[in-house]
Design a protein around this ligand. Structure first.
Ligand code: PAF
Length: 280
């Protein structure tokens, strides 16, 4: 496995691989890798000849009061995991190599970025869209792999690829969960043992939502109320949203008619967790 820091070098390597007829897969990450990230690399390996994982904690997607400075940075462990599962290249640029001192060009994200995370974290998707486009330019791969856990992020990237006619295919991979249902996330490591227990409320609420749909309940309001009740009973500290939305537009749905997705964002102490479940 080769670790490359220079954008010019990774661009040249990927260009070379593709000229040789190799299909290249890209797995963008911010490091602090867990089994969810590794499942993206595994999927990329199963579909591509060469896999590039990127590790870059993108300052542009963090708000002024968010956790950029304390976001977990576990470079050595990340590289060991990636090497062990047979990743071919890691692209890990320095901040200045991505955002020069006078960097001033940003992507205005699509309208699917407006609600939910977009409303609660102003500028977040502008930062995500900008860095993802930059990564696509620096690592001109055939296929890019993202996890479904960040449902709105995937919707934003999908629309950006479509709107900007980007020559890359998007592959969305299922959320990987702990045995008890908690969706894997780099931010789980912030949770105390006690918060970790209460965090199970998210997956419990989503499972119940799915059960209710299975039992024939179509009223989103009823299901949203039930999700909130479970979250409150589990002891989450704050519910940012627990909502049924249209799977593509992310607009609220009155009825759970396909494509309906339940999305939740909730806080445990100072940690904010997201999860979602496709209902119909
Ligand atoms: O999902 C993430 O880890 C990040 O938002 C991404 C896509 C790597 C962009 O920084």
């Amino acid at each position: 496995m080769q670790v490359i820091h220079s954008p010019h070098e990774i661009f040249a390597r990927v260009g070379f691989e593709r000229k040789e007829g190799q299909r290249v897969g890209l797995v963008p990450t911010m490091g602090a890798l867990h089994a969810g990230h590794l499942s993206l690399v595994e999927r990329a390996k199963s579909q591509c000849d060469v896999v590039v994982a990127t590790i870059f904690v993108n300052p542009a997607q963090f708000g002024p009061n968010e956790d950029y400075a304390k976001y977990p940075r576990t470079r050595e462990a990340d590289l060991e995991c990636l090497e062990a599962i047979g990743c071919d290249y890691v692209f890990a640029p320095e901040r200045e190599q991505v955002y020069g001192p006078d960097h001033s060009t940003f992507i205005d994200p699509p309208s699917v970025a407006k609600r939910w995370e977009g409303e609660l974290r102003p500028g977040h998707f502008r930062g995500v869209a900008t860095v993802v486009l930059k990564l696509f330019m620096m690592v001109p791969a055939d296929i890019a792999y993202f996890g479904r856990k960040d449902y709105q992020q995937v919707a934003v990237i999908r629309k950006m690829i479509e709107d900007l006619n980007l020559p890359i295919r998007l592959e969305v991979c299922d959320t990987v969960r702990e045995a008890d249902g908690l969706a894997m996330s780099s931010r789980n490591r912030y949770l105390s043992t006690e918060e970790r227990k209460r965090a199970l409320g998210l997956s419990m609420a989503l499972r119940r939502a799915s059960e209710l749909v299975g039992e024939g309940v179509v009223s989103s309001r009823m299901i949203e109320e039930e999700m909130r009740r479970i979250l409150i009973d589990s002891g989450v500290d704050r519910i940012d949203y627990a909502q049924i939305v249209h799977g593509d537009s992310l607009e609220p749905l009155e009825q759970t008619i396909a494509p309906a997705v339940a999305i939740i964002a909730a806080r445990l102490g100072t940690t904010r967790l997201l999860d979602n479940w496709t209902l119909a």
